[in-house]
Design a protein around this ligand. Structure first.
Ligand code: IPE
Ligand code: IPE
Ligand code: MG
Length: 248
């Protein structure tokens, strides 16, 4: 197996058209736990291990941006116990991993309404961002308390303010300008979107940004998502013909 993984890595490197930005809907933690008769939070804990693995491997491959859907605004609808367990796991993991992120030259950023998290959680994320801000390797973007529709509405509201203040001319609003009002203004659109555990939907993730993103959906549950699975997704992407509406 080890050899097979190395072989895939070599093939990816040889292909050259590496995706610059990979986004992942990390789904299936609950099902993973249920299958084992464990509480859902065990699934989330196992999911953190996969996050560490994929961050390391993405960095080694020289992927520039990795966006992970970590918590959606809709996820607040889950039982209080699960929500607080996820939030606590986020806090603990961020705190524990800051040094490792630095060792791996990873820069941490977030996307979403972070201001709605508790002060303690906001602070630890801020500390991690500050400590990693000069790192030049992988940019790890955690989509947290994120909703694609709310992001678009936030952009519209900000834009209206700027129109009212005379800072932008409504006639000049185009796709490029609009993108600059999104949370993701500093990131290119994702080239590849991976969703684990088989659901065929976007679940309100990066609605604007994924207009021409290549989709890859696997049945593998997030805690089981291996380096091999990740390489397979990238290799599949490298075979795609991205036409952007043109013909070839
Ligand atoms: C993804 O796993 C993690 C979050 C949404 C926070 P789920 O918890 O959604 O797992 P399933 O879909 O119930 O299996
Ligand atoms: C999407 O997964 C959100 C995250 C992975 C953080 P969900 O499990 O919340 O999506 P739905 O509810 O099945 O669409
Ligand atoms: Mg789910």
């Amino acid at each position: 197996m080890e050899k097979e993984v190395e072989r895939l890595k070599k093939r990816i490197k040889k292909n050259k058209n590496l995706p610059q930005h990979i986004a992942i809907i990390m789904d299936g933690n609950g099902r993973w736990a249920k299958k084992r008769g464990l509480p859902r939070i065990s699934g989330h804990r196992a999911g953190v291990k996969t996050v560490k693995r994929i961050v390391r491997v993405a960095g080694e491959l020289d992927i520039k941006f990795l966006t992970l859907f970590t918590f959606s605004t809709e996820n607040w609808r889950r039982p209080k116990k699960e929500v607080s367990a996820i939030m606590e796991l986020l806090y603990e993991t961020t705190k524990k991993e800051i040094d490792e992120l630095c060792r791996n030259n990873v820069k941490l950023i977030t996307t979403g309404r972070i201001d709605e998290l508790s002060p303690r959680r906001r602070q630890i994320l801020q500390l991690a961002k500050d400590k990693t801000k000069d790192n030049t390797g992988l940019i790890l973007n955690l989509a947290l308390n994120y909703s694609g529709r709310i992001e678009i509405l936030d952009a519209v509201k900000k834009m209206i303010e700027d129109v009212d203040a005379g800072q932008i001319d409504p006639e000049k609003i185009d796709q490029k300008l609009f993108s600059r009002y999104l949370y993701t203004k500093d990131l290119p659109d994702p080239d590849l979107l991976i969703r684990t555990s088989g659901e065929l939907r976007l679940s309100n993730f990066l609605l604007w940004q994924t207009s021409y993103t290549e989709l890859y959906i696997t049945e593998v549950l997030w805690p089981d998502f291996s380096t091999f699975d990740f390489y397979q997704a990238i290799l599949d992407y490298q075979k795609r013909d991205r036409r952007f509406g043109r013909i070839r």
